[in-house]
Design a protein around this ligand. Structure first.
Ligand code: MOS
Length: 728
């Protein structure tokens, strides 16, 4: 089915199930420990041996020799894979780092060997007996230095990463009566998801099955085929439950590749999980950025020039797209953006929750706060004044929906923004200095082709299958809601099966396109199934309705079950998209408000309240969507105040590679959080008229908090994270 005109009325609009706050149907399985995560698929691959990865002890250089003799002789050891016996390995298309070092080492903790043994403890013990001699090489580990040295290398072939220019930025900036020219930095971030990367690999002849934790099963299929040079038809990937991804499980990494190679070598299934210490330097991370922002405005507060330049390390095969939000968010006739990539020998940087918007908004939204102050304008009013209803780079292209101003106004009202002092460092409560901050949120709302099958069995159960994943986001539930609405049955009649490459290819979880796209595929399959049911029942009237377990048309009403008396029915279809995304700028919007207290003696920062107001199309499940937003706000609080992968610039690795020293927020750091969704239905976004929220929730949050710290203290921190040492 093709979606190329804005959606008109359809069965989803009844909102009997879709749009209702619905507890996740997989919740009980998760809270009782019965949801089977990759590492727990014991029954699927009985007799699996255990693999333990040895990570490189240098960041850059060569392996001179690996001595595996002692490890091989250790109790229980079944095999050891190194570059010497692994065969030729390619690289993936999404993550592009090599899974196995040798002879060259590309980054610290890159796998140099995987030791396989009967038990995990045996594999771990033997792994410590592997002796590697390295020849250390010179590496580039410092973004500030690297961007100055090399003429920025340009893996920026894709058109969307090209420099942009509208009007005469330089002239307008020079002429503007009020200007800001400031540089902001954001550090490397780790995904630090709860479930480590894990895979069980099993071969049956030349057929490979991987039970693994992956966000996009189809990307995994492509990348396994490419890495191992085997046909896609010989691969099966199973990933029904995933303990967090955030972009770090977009496709396959060393655990999957090396489990497959090791399983082949020892002729037995092999299970591998990355030990927590390898989660930071062996996988991927969000790239650090250096961003220069220039804004010029008239005395009336209208932006006349806006420029954003960003430098980042090597992001797989692309830059960190930090300039993306600046291209869309505010009006201004003269504009420029520029992305530059510096070569670094750190682990591969790649997507992390709202890649582009997250670091980009960390800079842009402090800059907007600084500019408002220079203009003597309230930061909410300044943003409203510079709203635009068309794409500022292509004025003939309107936003499909843009309730940005409404988000700001609703939030200001609800948060009690009036109480904020325009002058910083004016509000005290005992030793605490109190401040409020605001920031915008924006994140793209793409859709992707997605297929599903829907079966009605002879007991009236609806079984939905698609290789879409649920990374903790609630996919199971919204997909069940969609099928229930379309077929007029209760949620208890719907079974959803996800994350298996033998199912029709879904959109996968990425770029916050999963919710709208995967439900659209289910919608398409349900439309087809409804036609099959109607035909069986001989009910062809156009007023046909599926409701309450019955089918009604032309004054007749029959139980749905009658349609399957002669055998079950299965329909499969997909939704793909026409050119609406070219005609409309499709984005989600929000406004974040934060109140902080800063200890005037120690600089300790406590967040007191947070509010998000979001406009993101129809909200399919307000309960799950709220959870997504507060998850994003929490991650944003981490980015604001604590998260930073600290680079040892001599040796070239992330020093704090564990959850004790890579600090993420805990409950005590997170105060009252409130989320408001504005009423919105976006008929250009697909049949569900919904957009994603999983990444909108983090966009802008760090800046709202940084701006609140400024309002509390009068100290402007432009280098994240905003830690207390920067306030003293
Ligand atoms: Mo995402 S960072 O597109 O999983």
């Amino acid at each position: 089915m093709k979606f190329d005109t804005p959606a008109s009325r359809n069965p989803i609009d009844r909102l009997k199930v879709v749009g209702q706050p619905t507890a996740r149907i997989d919740g009980p399985l998760k809270t009782t420990g019965t949801a089977t995560y990759a590492y727990e698929q014991h029954n699927a691959a009985p007799g699996a041996a255990y693999g333990y990865i040895v990570g490189a002890g240098i960041a850059k250089g060569r392996i001179e020799s690996i001595d595996v003799d002692r490890a091989k002789a250790a109790p229980g050891v079944l095999g050891i894979v190194t570059a010497a016996n692994a065969g030729k390995l390619g690289v993936g298309a999404f993550y592009v780092a090599r899974a196995l070092a040798g002879p060259d080492v590309d980054h610290y903790h890159q796998a140099v060997a995987i030791v396989v043994a009967e038990t995990f403890e045996q594999a771990r013990a033997a792994a410590h007996l592997v002796r590697v001699r390295y020849a250390r090489g010179e590496g580039s580990f410092d973004l500030e230095q690297a961007r100055g040295k090399k003429p920025a290398q340009q893996p920026l072939q894709q058109k969307r990463f090209a420099d942009t220019a509208v009007g005469d930025f330089d002239g307008a900036f020079a002429a503007a009566p009020v200007t800001l020219d400031a540089t902001y930095t954001t550090p490397d971030h780790g995904h630090a998801m709860m479930e480590p990367h894990a895979t069980i690999a099993a071969w049956h002849g030349d057929k490979l099955t991987l039970w693994t934790a992956i966000q996009l099963v189809s990307w995994g299929m492509r990348d396994v085929a490419k890495t191992l040079d085997i046909p896609k038809e010989n691969i099966r990937i199973v990933s029904p439950y995933i303990g967090g991804g955030f972009g770090g499980k977009g496709s396959i990494l060393a655990d999957a590749v090396l489990a497959a190679v090791a399983a082949k070598q020892i002729g037995r299934p092999v299970k591998v999980t990355l030990q927590r210490a390898l989660m930071f330097n062996n996988t991927t991370h969000r790239a650090a950025t250096i961003q220069r922002i220039r804004i010029g405005a008239g005395n009336d507060g209208r932006i006349t020039a806006i420029g954003h330049e960003s430098w980042s390390g090597n992001l797989g095969n692309q830059p960190e797209f930090a300039t993306a939000p600046t291209r869309m968010l505010y009006a201004g006739a003269n504009r420029m953006t520029r992305l530059r990539v510096a070569h670094l020998d750190l682990p591969e940087a790649n997507a992390m929750r709202a890649p582009g918007e997250t670091p980009g908004m960390m800079a842009l939204e402090i800059a907007m706060d600084e500019m408002a102050e220079k203009l003597g304008l309230d930061p909410v009013a300044f943003r409203i004044l510079n709203d635009t209803l068309v794409d500022p780079e292509a004025p003939q292209r309107p936003f499909s929906k843009r309730q940005f101003v409404e988000c700001l106004q609703t939030g200001a009202e609800r948060f009690g923004w009036k109480a904020r002092s325009a002058r910083p460092a004016m509000r005290r409560e005992g030793r605490w200095m109190i401040g409020m901050g605001v920031a915008a949120a924006i994140r793209g709302a793409p859709v992707a082709k997605s297929a599903a099958s829907v079966r009605l069995d002879n007991r009236g159960t609806v079984i939905v299958e698609t290789d879409m994943t649920d990374i903790g986001t609630g996919s199971y539930t919204i997909i069940a809601q969609t099928a229930a609405e379309m077929l007029g049955v209760g949620l208890d009649k719907v079974t959803v099966r996800l994350g298996d490459s033998t199912f029709p290819e879904g959109a996968g979880s990425g770029g916050q396109w999963g919710a709208a796209s995967s439900t659209a595929g289910v919608y398409a399959a349900c439309v087809k199934l409804r036609e099959m049911i109607a035909q069986r029942l001989g009910m062809t009237s156009t007023d046909i309705e599926f409701i309450g377990g019955r089918v009604r048309a032309g004054g007749l009403s029959r139980p749905l079950l009658d349609a399957v008396a002669a055998g079950e029915l299965v329909a499969q279809d997909f939704m793909e998209y026409g050119d609406l995304a070219r005609r409309f700028a499709q984005q989600t919007f929000g406004a974040h408000f934060a109140e902080v207290a800063v200890d005037s003696a120690t600089g300790e920062i406590r967040i007191r309240r947070m509010l998000a107001v979001c406009a993101a199309g129809r909200i399919l499940n307000p309960l799950a969507a709220r959870s997504q937003i507060i998850g994003g706000m929490t991650m944003g609080a981490g980015a604001a105040l604590m998260e930073e992968l600290v680079v040892d610039k001599r040796i070239g690795f992330f020093v704090n590679h564990d959850l004790a020293s890579y600090e993420v927020p805990v409950h005590a750091d997170i105060p009252h959080q409130e989320v408001i969704f504005l009423d919105e239905v976006d008929p250009t976004a697909g049949p569900l008229k919904a957009k994603g929220v999983g990444e909108l929730g983090i966009s802008g949050v760090p800046a709202a908090i940084a701006n609140a710290v400024y309002n509390a203290t009068g100290i402007r921190v432009r280098d994240y994270p905003v830690t207390l040492d920067k306030l003293l």
